[in-house]
Design a protein. Sequence first.
Length: 61
Amino acid sequence: MFSFCVMNLWMSRKFNLILDDKPTFSALSSEVAKRGIHAFHALLMPVIISGGIYGGIMTPM
């Protein structure tokens, strides 16, 4: 893992991939909220499937 981190650091400096501009907290939190709203149905699917199995509505075939 250490060698992977070193290689990653070396390659990012070689190809100038280090970002110096850091987003503000408000911009970051709004982006997380926006992506969370779009991913709501996908994040709810395990709950729906598990609830259906444990509720006896469907079976894991």
